[in-house]
Design a protein around this ligand. Structure first.
Ligand code: NI
Length: 172
């Protein structure tokens, strides 16, 4: 079952999401519906706050740069180390429709998380997998990619988003 995707202006996108304490049936259900929602959108990553749930769960599609997309659910994701080097690439977000921008991200990260089976793991991520992981964990701290754009671009994009919000209110 797919869920509604919350977009720019929704307060849930600005909250600090809470850790998941136990993998219950509800958590599994949330993971399944997030997966459906992401694949249908379609997207290559999704965080629980984007479907209105302020919990620390994300989906990261591994291997899109080697054309072997493998979307994985990660619970309580953390970045425990990062390279000094950063790389810029163009990102978008299902919660910020019609906007893209170049975002600097660490090129290598070491991460920790838990699978839906409750197995804790650590691994080194590079390339797009590392980028998606950083984008999605940002969502759990209330940060959107537009917050990380260069000052001028950020100003322009935010003005456009605010205008769009206003016009949505007018339609209602
Ligand atoms: Ni996003």
């Amino acid at each position: 079952m797919t869920k509604r995707i919350y977009t720019y202006g929704a307060s849930v996108l600005r909250e600090k999401a809470l850790p998941i304490e136990a993998i219950t049936a509800e958590i599994r259900e949330l993971a399944a519906s997030m997966m459906d929602t992401m694949l249908k959108a379609p997207g290559i990553g999704l965080a629980a706050p984007q479907v209105g749930v302020s919990l620390r769960m994300i989906i990261v599609t591994y291997g899109i740069d080697v054309e072997k997309p493998d979307p994985r659910v990660i619970i309580n994701p953390e970045i425990i180390w990062h390279s000094d080097e950063m790389e810029s690439a163009e990102e978008g977000c299902l919660s910020v429709p019609d906007e893209t921008g170049f975002v600097p991200r660490w090129s290598e990260i070491r991460i920790r998380g838990m699978t839906l089976d409750g197995d804790e793991f650590e691994e080194l991520l590079i390339g797009w997998t590392a980028r998606i992981f950083q984008h999605e964990t940002d969502h759990l701290d209330g940060i959107l990619f537009v917050d990380r754009l260069s000052f001028l671009k950020r100003d322009m994009v935010k003005r456009r988003l605010k205008k769009r919000l206003k016009s949505e209110v007018n339609i209602l």
